[in-house]
Design a binder for this molecule. Sequence first.
Ligand code: AMP
Ligand code: GLY
Length: 427
Amino acid sequence: MNVLLIGSGGREHALAVKLASSPLLETLFCAPGNPGIAETATCVVVDVADHAKLIDFCRINGVGLVVVGPEAPLVDGLADALKDAGIAVFGPSAAAAQLEGSKGFTKALCDRMDIPTAAYGRFNNAPKAKAYVRQQGAPIVIKADGLAAGKGVTVAQTLEEALAAIEDCFEGAFGEAGAEVVVEEFLEGEEASFFCLCDGTTALPLTTAQDHKRVGEGDTGPNTGGMGAYSPASIMTDALIAEVMEKIIDPTMRGMAEQGMPFTGVLYAGLMLTADGPKLIEYNVRFGDPECQVIMPRLKDDLLALTKAAADGNLVTSTLDWSRQAAATVVMCAPGYPASAEKGSVIRLPKAADLPEGVTIYQAGTAQKDGDLVASGGRVLNVTAMGDTVTDALEQAYRAVDMVDWPEGFCRRDIGWREIERETNRP
Ligand code: AMP
Ligand code: GLY
């Protein structure tokens, strides 16, 4: 089968490597891809926003499955257009992608299906939102309703911060995404990411992972897309997974189907593990980045067969086979990230054969320029390793980080610290 992968980040590099290992694959195309992906797939220049052109490309090249990495094309209706054209697609419809595209939509679903989540209010003007915040007090969380590239959330420790965040939203800091604001109760606990493969009716749990969202060591400083991740996350016990399936995922799948918006693709639940049990912080409608980079290397099943089955509404497998090894990834970033990343610095990667065993460097924000590999985004490399434990995997990953010749790049040196503590204290 010929497959077209959509996207250009480290997540897509990890997906490309996994798809390429399938015996079912003939040719893997990626639009637009990146220099790392180009080692595994044929990168093509097709405007992903131009649905008619993309459909033409699929027809001309006999593409039997499109796998969509990022959320924006999904919210924009790419899956609907492909499906209407008779092309199998792994990813939700625009209607179902509202689970990520509109925080208010997800909150309303939680209400209707009795899914545990933070208490909240929804507002379309500043005075009402501010009155609610004054009444609730701080800490409190302010969220732009729509997609804001991970920047629309303020966890306000003080009333002043919360009021300023509300003003920012309504003054257009996040454009259209901030025309409506969700104000949420502040949840306390540890965060974990939980992923399922979905075919419209069935949700098949993938493994667990945790990422580090803050740019600074000790989980401090501004939020980012994710500075590193590891899998499995031992805090997600089998009992907790069963509880999340029963109280959060299954009612979501039912509720979406009842609304005529069956969910197909990856359902990614951001969870807060509170003293009152797991609560949904948010949904995403795609793999996490960099969580995907630690999930794919551990998956033993055929990703192409699984995504095709999900696209066809035919996910019959009831469990998946995972490596007993752990995986960890360290994200190397360009200077200035996340505020504004400096582009263009030259990166010299070690030869694959020189890397420690079990290490893969996925490329995220890279480009080729005058024969050099250069930084072209904020998060640039995902140095990923396998090991018997998360601690071992991280040791290998940092050995490989030190082999990357990129003086300008930086990374956190404490990825996985919670898991390392747990592994150290394990009897
Ligand atoms: P989101 O984009 O909704 O995942 O929010 C980004 C980050 O803000 C989350 O990963 C959490 O760290 C934090 N956050 C969001 N909502 C809450 C909440 N209700 N309570 C505490 N922290 C939150
Ligand atoms: N790592 C968080 C995300 O993909 O949204």
